[in-house]
Ligand binder design. Structure first.
Ligand code: ATP
Ligand code: TZP
Ligand code: MG
Ligand code: MG
Length: 265
Protein backbone atom coordinates (compact mmCIF):
# COMPACT_ATOMS: atom_id res chain seq x y z
CA UNK A 1 0.00 0.00 0.00
CA UNK A 2 1.30 3.49 -0.84
CA UNK A 3 1.80 6.12 1.85
CA UNK A 4 -0.92 8.16 0.12
CA UNK A 5 -3.41 5.32 0.64
CA UNK A 6 -2.34 5.05 4.27
CA UNK A 7 -2.92 8.78 4.86
CA UNK A 8 -6.42 8.52 3.39
CA UNK A 9 -7.17 5.40 5.40
CA UNK A 10 -5.68 6.49 8.73
CA UNK A 11 -6.60 10.20 8.65
CA UNK A 12 -3.58 11.19 10.81
CA UNK A 13 -3.76 14.10 13.21
CA UNK A 14 -1.17 16.73 12.24
CA UNK A 15 -0.36 19.36 14.85
CA UNK A 16 0.66 22.60 13.12
CA UNK A 17 2.26 25.64 14.66
CA UNK A 18 2.38 27.76 11.54
CA UNK A 19 2.13 31.36 10.34
CA UNK A 20 -0.82 33.72 10.00
CA UNK A 21 -0.45 33.91 6.20
CA UNK A 22 -1.04 30.24 5.45
CA UNK A 23 -3.10 28.85 8.32
CA UNK A 24 -6.42 28.39 6.48
CA UNK A 25 -4.75 27.18 3.27
CA UNK A 26 -2.76 24.61 5.24
CA UNK A 27 -5.80 23.30 7.11
CA UNK A 28 -7.77 22.97 3.87
CA UNK A 29 -4.86 21.32 2.06
CA UNK A 30 -4.46 18.73 4.83
CA UNK A 31 -8.19 18.03 4.87
CA UNK A 32 -8.16 17.64 1.07
CA UNK A 33 -5.34 15.13 1.34
CA UNK A 34 -7.19 13.10 3.94
CA UNK A 35 -5.32 14.18 7.07
CA UNK A 36 -6.72 15.90 10.12
CA UNK A 37 -5.26 19.36 10.85
CA UNK A 38 -5.00 20.80 14.35
CA UNK A 39 -3.60 24.31 14.89
CA UNK A 40 -2.71 24.91 18.55
CA UNK A 41 -0.32 27.49 20.05
CA UNK A 42 -1.15 27.97 23.75
CA UNK A 43 1.76 27.16 26.07
CA UNK A 44 -0.75 25.46 28.34
CA UNK A 45 -1.67 22.82 25.71
CA UNK A 46 0.97 22.47 22.97
CA UNK A 47 2.80 19.66 24.78
CA UNK A 48 -0.44 17.67 25.10
CA UNK A 49 -1.45 18.25 21.48
CA UNK A 50 1.99 17.34 20.12
CA UNK A 51 2.08 14.11 22.15
CA UNK A 52 -1.30 12.96 20.84
CA UNK A 53 -0.56 13.85 17.18
CA UNK A 54 0.66 11.57 14.41
CA UNK A 55 3.19 14.25 13.44
CA UNK A 56 4.06 17.84 14.33
CA UNK A 57 4.87 20.60 11.83
CA UNK A 58 6.66 23.65 13.22
CA UNK A 59 6.88 26.76 11.01
CA UNK A 60 8.41 30.14 11.90
CA UNK A 61 6.81 32.20 9.09
CA UNK A 62 5.46 34.99 11.31
CA UNK A 63 7.63 34.38 14.34
CA UNK A 64 7.45 36.13 17.69
CA UNK A 65 8.71 35.13 21.13
CA UNK A 66 5.42 33.56 22.20
CA UNK A 67 5.27 31.35 19.10
CA UNK A 68 8.94 30.43 19.42
CA UNK A 69 8.26 29.13 22.92
CA UNK A 70 5.20 27.24 21.59
CA UNK A 71 7.44 25.65 18.94
CA UNK A 72 10.05 24.59 21.51
CA UNK A 73 7.48 23.15 23.94
CA UNK A 74 5.66 21.25 21.16
CA UNK A 75 8.83 19.89 19.58
CA UNK A 76 10.29 18.70 22.88
CA UNK A 77 7.04 17.00 23.82
CA UNK A 78 6.87 15.31 20.39
CA UNK A 79 10.43 14.07 20.89
CA UNK A 80 9.53 12.53 24.25
CA UNK A 81 6.44 10.86 22.73
CA UNK A 82 8.27 9.58 19.62
CA UNK A 83 6.13 11.74 17.31
CA UNK A 84 7.95 12.87 14.13
CA UNK A 85 8.83 16.57 13.98
CA UNK A 86 8.95 18.53 10.70
CA UNK A 87 10.53 21.99 10.85
CA UNK A 88 10.04 24.73 8.22
CA UNK A 89 12.50 27.56 9.01
CA UNK A 90 10.71 30.19 6.89
CA UNK A 91 12.93 33.19 6.27
CA UNK A 92 16.01 31.86 8.09
CA UNK A 93 18.82 34.17 6.96
CA UNK A 94 16.45 37.05 6.18
CA UNK A 95 17.02 38.61 9.60
CA UNK A 96 19.41 37.80 12.45
CA UNK A 97 16.38 37.09 14.66
CA UNK A 98 15.08 34.37 12.35
CA UNK A 99 18.49 32.78 11.86
CA UNK A 100 19.11 32.65 15.61
CA UNK A 101 15.62 31.27 16.25
CA UNK A 102 16.02 28.54 13.63
CA UNK A 103 19.33 27.49 15.18
CA UNK A 104 17.77 27.50 18.64
CA UNK A 105 15.05 25.14 17.36
CA UNK A 106 17.54 22.72 15.83
CA UNK A 107 19.67 22.81 19.00
CA UNK A 108 16.90 22.41 21.56
CA UNK A 109 14.96 19.54 19.99
CA UNK A 110 15.47 16.66 17.59
CA UNK A 111 14.18 17.95 14.25
CA UNK A 112 13.39 14.80 12.27
CA UNK A 113 12.67 16.38 8.89
CA UNK A 114 13.81 19.87 7.88
CA UNK A 115 11.81 21.18 4.86
CA UNK A 116 12.91 24.46 3.35
CA UNK A 117 14.27 26.23 0.31
CA UNK A 118 18.01 26.05 -0.26
CA UNK A 119 18.79 29.50 1.14
CA UNK A 120 17.00 28.83 4.41
CA UNK A 121 18.78 25.50 4.78
CA UNK A 122 22.15 27.15 4.16
CA UNK A 123 21.53 29.68 6.91
CA UNK A 124 20.32 27.09 9.42
CA UNK A 125 23.45 25.03 8.69
CA UNK A 126 25.72 28.10 8.73
CA UNK A 127 26.69 28.00 5.04
CA UNK A 128 26.72 30.99 2.65
CA UNK A 129 23.72 31.70 0.41
CA UNK A 130 21.81 34.86 -0.54
CA UNK A 131 18.19 35.25 0.56
CA UNK A 132 15.47 37.82 -0.13
CA UNK A 133 12.58 37.97 2.32
CA UNK A 134 10.97 34.55 2.62
CA UNK A 135 11.96 33.57 -0.94
CA UNK A 136 15.14 31.78 -1.95
CA UNK A 137 17.53 34.20 -3.67
CA UNK A 138 19.75 33.23 -6.57
CA UNK A 139 22.71 31.38 -5.20
CA UNK A 140 25.70 29.56 -6.47
CA UNK A 141 26.78 26.19 -5.25
CA UNK A 142 25.92 22.56 -5.38
CA UNK A 143 22.44 22.18 -3.89
CA UNK A 144 22.76 18.43 -3.51
CA UNK A 145 26.08 18.62 -1.66
CA UNK A 146 24.78 21.33 0.62
CA UNK A 147 21.67 19.25 1.41
CA UNK A 148 23.73 16.13 2.14
CA UNK A 149 26.27 17.99 4.30
CA UNK A 150 23.50 19.76 6.22
CA UNK A 151 21.64 16.50 6.83
CA UNK A 152 24.77 14.96 8.34
CA UNK A 153 25.67 18.07 10.33
CA UNK A 154 22.17 18.63 11.75
CA UNK A 155 21.37 14.94 12.15
CA UNK A 156 18.07 15.30 10.33
CA UNK A 157 16.40 14.26 7.11
CA UNK A 158 16.63 17.24 4.74
CA UNK A 159 13.95 18.06 2.17
CA UNK A 160 15.04 20.97 -0.03
CA UNK A 161 12.56 22.21 -2.62
CA UNK A 162 12.76 24.34 -5.73
CA UNK A 163 12.48 23.43 -9.40
CA UNK A 164 13.84 20.06 -8.40
CA UNK A 165 13.39 18.68 -4.91
CA UNK A 166 16.06 16.85 -2.92
CA UNK A 167 15.43 14.39 -0.09
CA UNK A 168 18.48 13.17 1.77
CA UNK A 169 19.62 11.76 5.09
CA UNK A 170 23.21 12.54 4.11
CA UNK A 171 23.77 9.05 2.64
CA UNK A 172 20.78 8.14 0.48
CA UNK A 173 19.51 10.89 -1.83
CA UNK A 174 16.40 11.11 -4.00
CA UNK A 175 15.52 13.78 -6.56
CA UNK A 176 11.88 14.53 -7.34
CA UNK A 177 11.16 16.61 -10.44
CA UNK A 178 7.40 16.93 -10.24
CA UNK A 179 5.98 20.41 -9.65
CA UNK A 180 4.95 23.53 -11.53
CA UNK A 181 6.24 27.08 -11.77
CA UNK A 182 2.80 28.33 -10.66
CA UNK A 183 3.62 27.05 -7.16
CA UNK A 184 6.01 30.01 -6.90
CA UNK A 185 3.15 32.46 -7.65
CA UNK A 186 0.90 31.58 -4.71
CA UNK A 187 1.77 32.04 -1.05
CA UNK A 188 2.05 29.08 1.25
CA UNK A 189 2.98 26.45 -1.33
CA UNK A 190 6.05 25.52 0.71
CA UNK A 191 4.31 25.79 4.08
CA UNK A 192 1.48 23.49 3.00
CA UNK A 193 4.02 21.07 1.55
CA UNK A 194 5.77 20.88 4.94
CA UNK A 195 2.46 19.85 6.53
CA UNK A 196 1.83 17.31 3.76
CA UNK A 197 5.28 15.80 4.45
CA UNK A 198 4.30 15.62 8.13
CA UNK A 199 1.08 13.75 7.25
CA UNK A 200 3.04 11.20 5.22
CA UNK A 201 5.60 10.79 8.04
CA UNK A 202 2.74 10.22 10.49
CA UNK A 203 1.59 7.07 8.66
CA UNK A 204 5.04 5.92 7.52
CA UNK A 205 5.51 3.25 10.18
CA UNK A 206 8.67 4.67 11.76
CA UNK A 207 11.90 6.54 11.11
CA UNK A 208 13.30 4.00 8.66
CA UNK A 209 10.44 4.92 6.29
CA UNK A 210 10.60 8.72 6.59
CA UNK A 211 12.85 9.08 3.56
CA UNK A 212 10.54 7.16 1.25
CA UNK A 213 7.44 8.76 2.78
CA UNK A 214 8.84 12.27 2.22
CA UNK A 215 9.85 11.37 -1.34
CA UNK A 216 6.35 10.13 -2.13
CA UNK A 217 4.86 13.26 -0.50
CA UNK A 218 6.91 15.47 -2.83
CA UNK A 219 5.91 13.52 -5.94
CA UNK A 220 2.28 13.58 -4.81
CA UNK A 221 2.26 17.33 -4.17
CA UNK A 222 4.15 18.18 -7.36
CA UNK A 223 1.87 15.98 -9.46
CA UNK A 224 -1.25 17.55 -7.93
CA UNK A 225 0.21 20.94 -8.90
CA UNK A 226 0.93 19.78 -12.46
CA UNK A 227 -2.65 18.57 -12.94
CA UNK A 228 -4.03 21.74 -11.32
CA UNK A 229 -2.00 23.84 -13.78
CA UNK A 230 -3.31 21.80 -16.73
CA UNK A 231 -6.92 22.14 -15.55
CA UNK A 232 -6.67 25.92 -15.03
CA UNK A 233 -4.53 26.77 -18.08
CA UNK A 234 -5.25 30.32 -19.24
CA UNK A 235 -6.85 31.30 -15.94
CA UNK A 236 -5.28 33.27 -13.11
CA UNK A 237 -3.21 32.14 -10.15
CA UNK A 238 -6.27 32.19 -7.86
CA UNK A 239 -7.90 29.43 -9.89
CA UNK A 240 -4.67 27.44 -9.70
CA UNK A 241 -4.60 27.75 -5.91
CA UNK A 242 -8.16 26.40 -5.57
CA UNK A 243 -7.54 23.65 -8.12
CA UNK A 244 -4.42 22.56 -6.19
CA UNK A 245 -6.65 21.88 -3.19
CA UNK A 246 -9.05 19.96 -5.46
CA UNK A 247 -6.23 17.82 -6.83
CA UNK A 248 -4.84 17.04 -3.37
CA UNK A 249 -8.22 15.41 -2.71
CA UNK A 250 -8.65 13.79 -6.14
CA UNK A 251 -5.22 12.47 -7.16
CA UNK A 252 -5.26 8.68 -7.05
CA UNK A 253 -2.34 6.38 -6.16
CA UNK A 254 -2.48 4.93 -9.72
CA UNK A 255 -2.25 8.32 -11.40
CA UNK A 256 0.53 9.28 -9.00
CA UNK A 257 2.51 6.18 -9.87
CA UNK A 258 2.19 6.96 -13.59
CA UNK A 259 3.28 10.57 -13.30
CA UNK A 260 5.86 10.49 -10.48
CA UNK A 261 9.34 11.59 -11.58
CA UNK A 262 11.66 10.23 -8.91
CA UNK A 263 15.30 9.19 -9.24
CA UNK A 264 17.88 7.99 -6.76
CA UNK A 265 21.33 9.59 -6.97
P1 ATP B 1 10.38 29.81 -1.64
O1 ATP B 1 10.15 30.76 -0.54
O2 ATP B 1 11.79 29.77 -2.13
O3 ATP B 1 9.35 29.90 -2.75
P2 ATP B 1 8.89 27.67 -0.45
O4 ATP B 1 8.98 27.45 1.00
O5 ATP B 1 7.69 28.35 -1.01
O6 ATP B 1 10.21 28.37 -0.95
P3 ATP B 1 9.26 25.96 -2.67
O7 ATP B 1 10.69 25.69 -2.86
O8 ATP B 1 8.65 27.03 -3.52
O9 ATP B 1 9.00 26.27 -1.13
O10 ATP B 1 8.50 24.58 -2.81
C1 ATP B 1 7.10 24.46 -2.77
C2 ATP B 1 6.68 23.55 -3.91
O11 ATP B 1 6.87 24.25 -5.15
C3 ATP B 1 7.51 22.27 -4.04
O12 ATP B 1 6.62 21.22 -4.38
C4 ATP B 1 8.46 22.54 -5.20
O13 ATP B 1 8.79 21.36 -5.91
C5 ATP B 1 7.63 23.46 -6.05
N1 ATP B 1 8.42 24.39 -6.87
C6 ATP B 1 9.13 25.46 -6.44
N2 ATP B 1 9.71 26.10 -7.46
C7 ATP B 1 9.38 25.42 -8.59
C8 ATP B 1 9.67 25.58 -9.98
N3 ATP B 1 10.43 26.58 -10.42
N4 ATP B 1 9.16 24.67 -10.84
C9 ATP B 1 8.38 23.65 -10.41
N5 ATP B 1 8.05 23.46 -9.11
C10 ATP B 1 8.54 24.33 -8.21
N1 TZP C 1 5.41 36.11 5.01
C1 TZP C 1 5.72 35.51 6.16
S1 TZP C 1 5.39 33.85 6.16
C2 TZP C 1 4.84 33.92 4.55
C3 TZP C 1 4.91 35.23 4.09
C4 TZP C 1 4.49 35.71 2.77
C5 TZP C 1 4.38 32.71 3.84
C6 TZP C 1 5.53 32.00 3.20
O1 TZP C 1 5.06 30.80 2.62
P1 TZP C 1 5.94 29.88 1.66
O2 TZP C 1 5.20 28.60 1.67
O3 TZP C 1 7.30 29.76 2.25
O4 TZP C 1 5.94 30.54 0.31
MG1 MG D 1 7.63 28.72 -3.16
MG1 MG E 1 8.76 28.55 2.63
Amino acid sequence: MSFLQKVRQQNPLVHNITNVVVTNFTANGLLALGASPFMAYAHEEVADVAAMAGAVMLNMGTLDEYTLQSILLAGQSANRAGVPVVFDPVGAGATPYRTAAARQVTEQMQVDILRSNIAELAHVAGAEWTIRGVDAGAGEGDRVKLAQQSARQLGTLVVVTGQEDIVTDGETTWIVSNGHELLTRITGAGCLLSSVVAAFAAVSGGREYWLSAATEALAFYGTAAEIAAERTAGQGTGSFQIELINQLSLLTPDELQKRARIEQL
